[in-house]
Structure formats: C-alpha cells, structure tokens
Design a protein around this ligand. Structure first.
Ligand SMILES: [Zn+2]
Length: 158
C-alpha cells in the first residue's frame, strides 16, 4: 500500500478497530514521509460459490453463465445483449439475496426459468444440454410439460 498523498510506501498503523456495520476492520494510517493520515478498511471479499455435481466448488462466473446461455441462444431470437442482461439479472438477484453458495443444479434451474420466459427454443436447447436427456422421449416429455405450462398460463390470463 502507498500513501495516497505522496506515494511513499512506509506507513504506520496508528489505530485499528472493527467497523461492525461494514463487517470490516478500520485502520488509521500515517505516512512516515509526509506525516499525513488516512483511513483504510479491510473487508472480506467473499465470492459466490457454485457447488458442482461432483461436490467441488468454483467461483460463480457471470462470463461462464453468459457463455453457456449464448450457446443455447445461437440462431434464436435472443440476442447476445439479452443474454448478457439475463446473466446480469441472475447474478444481481443472487447477490441481493445474500447467497454465498448455490448448487450447479439450482443455478441451471434459474437459467431455465429465465430462458423459458425469454425464448422457448433457447429454453429447449439449454435444457437438452443441462438436463442431459437420455433419449428423444425425455425431450418430448419436457416439451409436453412446457406446453401444459403455457396452457395454464393462457387459462390464468383469460
Ligand atoms: Zn505521504
């Protein structure tokens, strides 16, 4: 760390205390060169963890999410910008909920819900990869479920 006033690197901590409201540690520092004082906050940088099928964890990546959705949305009416917006929404929702951990299954379900509302073709393509349909029957069942859902929607609206 450098002094924000003179860029000198020799700093002295004059006081250190918990800043409970930010879950942070607040430190008063004094530059050994220009003697000016300033405050720093040390916070926990906790990223959202995705628990994968094999039980291992990885950092949630909005890029990776965007990439996976882009693949499903290729040659559909869904644009890259729409995909990015959806990925951003998913991330913000998770952050707003204060989520620290999500399983790849839950994440996949959230993506499916979002895609279902955005574009049915994109939804089916994503579901094909994500659900790993074993055969055409499973795929047809998923489509049937989707159609039934739409009918319920239609009934609700009328
Ligand atoms: Zn200084």
């Amino acid at each position: 760390m450098k002094c924000p006033f003179c860029s000198h690197e020799e700093l002295k901590v004059t006081d250190s205390r918990d800043a409970v409201e930010f879950n942070a540690i607040r430190r008063r520092r004094e530059c050994a060169h220009c003697m000016k004082r300033f405050t720093t906050f040390e916070t926990i940088d906790l990223s959202l963890q995705v628990k994968k099928r094999d039980g291992t964890y990885e950092d949630f990546s909005q890029d990776k999410l965007t990439h996976g959705m882009d693949a499903a949305c290729r040659h559909t009416r869904v644009s890259h910008d729409q995909v990015r917006a959806v990925a951003y929404k998913i991330k913000s929702d998770l952050m707003a909920n204060g989520s620290r951990e999500i399983s790849s299954r839950e994440l996949g379900d959230i993506v499916m819900r979002q895609l279902k509302e955005t574009d049915v073709v994109a939804y089916i393509r994503f579901a094909c990869v994500y659900k790993r349909f074993k055969d055409i029957r499973e795929l047809l069942e998923a489509i049937q479920e989707l159609e039934q859902g739409e009918m319920i929607h239609a009934t609700e609206k009328s």
